[in-house]
Design a protein around this ligand. Structure first.
Ligand SMILES: [Zn+2]
Ligand SMILES: [Zn+2]
Length: 199
C-alpha cells in the first residue's frame, strides 16, 4: 500500500542541513488527524496556523520554549523553518518537494531507470546569495496516487521521480484509473483518513 499520510524512512544520499532532515523525517500523523481537506484539489491552501496552532505562550514549533515580549507564535526565526517546510509539502509545492526528494531519492526515473537531467539555474536573493532553481524539464515529480484519484495533500511517500516520457504514460494510466473508479464506484477510502473530504 502506498504511504500517503505517514512518516517516511528515507536513506539520505547527500548531506543535508539539520532543518531539511527534520522536515523530511517529520511525522505528519498528528496534523492529518485534525485537518480536513479536498484530496482532489490540485493545491491545498493551508495556513501555518492551521498546521501549527498557537499554544498559550509556548513556541508552536514544538521546541517547548516560552514566548516572551512580542513573540506570538515562534521563539525564533529558526523555529519557523521546519513548520514552513511541512506547510509547503502539505500544500503540494512541487518545486520544494522535488528539491527535498533529491536528497534521498536517486536521480533516476523509477519506471525506466533512465538518468534524466534536472536543469539548474541560479538567481540571487536579496542578500546576494545564490538560490538554485530547477526547471520543469528532465525528471519530473509525480504524484503516485494522482490528484484526480485523490492524491492531493499527501505526505512525501506519495511522490516519485519520472522522466518526461514515463510521466506521459503514467498520466494515461491515471486517467484510466479515474474512469474505472468513477464507473465502478470504487473509492479508495481504505487508503484515506476518515476526515478527508472531497468536494
Ligand atoms: Zn520553537
Ligand atoms: Zn522513464
Amino acid at each position: 500500500m502506498i504511504n500517503l499520510y505517514g512518516k517516511i524512512e528515507p536513506e539520505f544520499l547527500v548531506n543535508v542541513s539539520e532543518n531539511t532532515k527534520r522536515v523530511i523525517l517529520f511525522d505528519p500523523a498528528e496534523i492529518y488527524s485534525r485537518i480536513t481537506f479536498d484530496k482532489f484539489k490540485r493545491k491545498q491552501s493551508f495556513g501555518i496556523g492551521t498546521l501549527f496552532p498557537n499554544e498559550k505562550g509556548i513556541c508552536a514549533c514544538g521546541c517547548g520554549e516560552k514566548l516572551t515580549g512580542r513573540q506570538t507564535r515562534w521563539k525564533s526565526e529558526e523555529c519557523q523553518k521546519v513548520p514552513l517546510g511541512v506547510l509547503y509539502i502539505l500544500n503540494g509545492e512541487l518545486d520544494y518537494i522535488g528539491r527535498l526528494m533529491q536528497t534521498y531519492k536517486p536521480h533516476r526515473c523509477v519506471s525506466c531507470d533512465c538518468e534524466d537531467y534536472l536543469i539548474e539555474t541560479y538567481t540571487l536573493n536579496c542578500y546576494g546569495n545564490k538560490v538554485v532553481n530547477y526547471s520543469a524539464s528532465g525528471l519530473q515529480v509525480d504524484h503516485i496516487v494522482a490528484i484526480q484519484n485523490g492524491g492531493s495533500g499527501g505526505w512525501l511517500g506519495n511522490y516519485q521521480f519520472l522522466c518526461h516520457r514515463c510521466h506521459s504514460v503514467k498520466t494515461k494510466r491515471d486517467n484510466l484509473e479515474k474512469r474505472l473508479r468513477l464507473s465502478h464506484g470504487v473509492e479508495q477510502n481504505s487508503l484515506f483518513p476518515a476526515k478527508i473530504i472531497s468536494l
